[in-house]
Design a protein around this ligand. Structure first.
Ligand SMILES: [Zn+2]
Length: 162
């Protein structure tokens, strides 16, 4: 899986501009940039663009050629750390499995106390997409990612000033 993400600065707050506020032009330019960054990597016939509250992201499946280039352990290793689900699927070339869908009832973990639009979804763990994620990648059992963990990571990213 290839992943590229982009965020945009807010001219007003000097922080990040929440994705629901991006103009259609900004969103279109962002999709184009994401595709330019990923370039010829992966299988473009299996691509998804989704947004979080701060970033818009592109997922592209690894191609057979990509997989032939990585060591065998890479494909057989158990996942050790994964982000939660997306906030909204914006585009996909084929319908994604339930595990790729947004949580139906996420807890919104604030990422910036000055901006209520900037939050990270903490999966409820009980809706269909959450259960599918747990079954597919073992997120709940292997990583134990919690709201406290996300807060700790985002606090470090913000220099401890949240
Ligand atoms: Zn859920």
């Amino acid at each position: 899986m290839w992943l590229a993400s982009i965020s945009r600065p807010s001219q007003l707050s000097r922080g990040r501009l929440a994705t629901p506020l991006w103009s259609a032009e900004t969103m279109a330019a962002s999709w184009a940039l994401l595709r330019r960054l990923v370039g010829p990597c992966g299988d473009p016939s299996r691509e998804r663009i989704f947004r979080m509250q701060i970033t818009t992201c592109l997922h592209r499946a690894a191609s057979d050629d990509d997989l032939a280039r990585v060591p065998a352990w890479f494909c057989s290793a158990r996942p050790i750390d994964l982000a939660g689900g997306p906030v909204e699927i914006l585009f996909e070339t084929e319908p994604g499995l339930p595990s790729t869908h947004p949580c139906h009832n996420p807890t919104k973990i604030p990422l910036d106390p000055r901006n209520p639009l900037l939050w990270f979804p903490d999966d409820c763990g009980t809706c269909e997409p959450c259960l599918a994620r747990a079954a597919h990648n073992g997120r709940l059992g292997l990583t134990d990612i919690t709201a406290d963990h996300v807060r700790a990571v985002t606090t470090r990213m913000d220099g401890g000033g949240m």
